[in-house]
Design a protein around this ligand. Structure first.
Ligand code: UD1
Ligand code: CA
Length: 453
């Protein structure tokens, strides 16, 4: 049976009060629609079709995935009309699963169960909610067979009391769906073509409606407001935290941990509170990350300790390094290993050799630093001349005195020593002491001015 998936994403999302289309609002760092698209592909269907709305070019651009088939719904005339637009894109397929772009937490396992257990022409995913308001209600006969769905706006008081709701997720035989959609009419409170009306049609034709439920009711929750988005973000973060803990990661407080991307973690990784991981992050065995640290697209090798309040982005941190507190490591940086980077140090686009130390108050940019180097407090690489960036080369075992300015392009040789407070604009030769500060003098017979009485 060839399966197609249609994701409805044409709605405007007015209640978000945003210029951004609703399905592009982010959950855990990815657009809502992307979550649904990923779940759809996890089911290995023949085709995934996204129905997008008028002016939704931004949606197509944001989701740049060549596997997707895009169908525009110029006017939003209802969920039935939306699926109708997708029909030509479903040629040659047997069944279609309908998903919603604003229902991001639905899990592949729950959908898989609906797909595997539906033997009739129509499968329906429902949940029971303590507060069903706003949703379409599932009406059943006395024997418990589904009869139809009534939208809240069309429901009587008695029907509104039903707590089993339509998640909107449906599995349909394509050929039957074509016939049913052709017969929809907008004769209802909202003047829309309701996809949900096909259920009564199917029942009328003697089709047994198969019902499945997701593992957790929250999987069926939609995002209509920013408050709902924030609530689903917490649920998703809790799921991720639980999965990581099950894999052996220690989260000192799983409620204060955010992963907006993917994490590959070794054994005995410990993350303190308010750690934020973005993009692709890999943490080796025994890595510890202190409170309030942000790691974005970073690979961290075994045995690294990152202390509190660091921001590290697009960098590779070699084994055994110690970073922070309050360090900033910017894109293009590699710490080879065993390096120490301390407080109020910024490193950009640089290599820091094995065991080198930049412990306090420094800026190191566009620099290649060898092994065993010691950079004194307050050392700055002056890498920018106002027009161009230049490189600084520092040899193995060099020692740079505190408060030195290294004016690039410049080289400090192996084993060179630079005196504190120097401005180094020419090569500092290997193994020698170089300094630029004026000699210290003491003026004899000088006294401070005194105020007259
Ligand atoms: C729909 C269901 C309701 C169900 C609820 C679950 C119908 C008639 N009602 O109601 O039974 O309980 O979802 O969340 O189906 N969309 C389009 N084009 C349109 C209209 C909608 O693409 O013309 C998309 C929206 O972007 C959204 C989804 O379809 O992703 C649902 O539309 P929405 O208007 O939110 O439907 P509900 O009133 O919530
Ligand atoms: Ca909705």
């Amino acid at each position: 049976m060839k399966l197609g998936i249609v994701i409805l994403a044409a709605g405007q999302g007015t209640r978000m009060r945003s210029r951004l289309p609703k399905v592009l609002h982010q959950l855990a760092g990815r657009p809502l629609l992307q979550h649904v698209v990923e779940t759809a592909f996890a089911l290995a269907p023949e085709r995934v079709v996204v129905v997008y709305g008028h002016g939704g070019e931004a949606v197509r651009r944001a989701l740049a995935d060549e596997r997707l088939v895009w169908v525009e719904q110029r006017e939003q005339l209802g969920t039935g009309h939306a699926v109708q637009q997708a029909l030509p894109a479903l040629e040659g397929l047997d069944r279609v699963l309908v998903l919603y772009g604003d229902v991001p937490l639905i899990r592949a396992a729950s959908l898989r169960r609906l797909i595997d257990t539906t033997e009739s022409a129509l499968g329906l995913m429902t949940v029971n909610l303590a507060d069903p308001s706003g949703y379409g209600r599932v009406l059943r006969d006395q024997a418990g067979n589904v009869l139809r769905i009534v939208e809240e706006k069309d429901a009587s008081a008695e029907e509104k009391a039903v707590t089993e709701i339509n998640t909107g997720i449906l599995l349909l035989e394509v050929e039957r769906l074509k016939e049913w959609l052709a017969r929809l009419s907008p004769d209802n409170a909202q003047g829309e073509y309701y996809l949900t009306d096909v259920i009564a049609m199917a029942v009328h034709e003697g089709v047994a409606v198969h019902v499945a439920q997701p593992a957790e009711a929250v999987e069926a929750e939609g995002v209509n407001t920013r408050a709902q988005l924030a609530a689903l973000e917490r649920v998703f973060q809790r799921w991720q935290a639980e999965e990581l803990m099950a894999q052996g990661v220690t989260l000192l407080d799983p409620a204060r941990f955010d992963l907006r991307g993917s994490l590959r973690a070794g054994t005995d990784v410990v993350l303190d509170v308010n750690v934020i991981l973005e993009g692709e992050v890999a943490l080796g065995d025994g890595v510890r990350v202190g409170a309030n640290t942000v790691l974005r697209d970073v690979r961290v090798e075994d045995g690294v300790t990152i202390l509190e309040n660091c921001v590290i982005e697009q960098a590779h941190i070699g084994p055994g390094c110690r970073i922070g507190p309050f360090s900033r490591i910017r894109p293009g940086t590699e710490l080879v290993g065993e390096a120490h980077v301390g407080n109020f140090v910024e490193i950009k686009n640089s290599t820091i050799g094995l065991g080198s130390k930049v412990n306090h108050l420094s800026y190191v940019g566009d620099t290649h630093m060898g092994a065993g180097v010691n950079i004194g407090a307050g050392t700055i690489t002056c890498n920018y001349d106002g027009a161009y960036k230049h490189r600084t080369l520092i040899g193995d075992n060099a020692f740079i005195g505190s408060n030195t300015a290294l004016v690039a392009p410049v080289t400090v040789g192996d084993g060179a020593t630079v005196g504190a407070g120097s401005v180094i604009a020419k090569e500092a030769p290997a193994q020698k002491l170089t300094l630029t500060r004026p000699r210290q003098v003491t003026i004899e017979g000088w006294s401070r001015p005194q105020k007259e009485k």
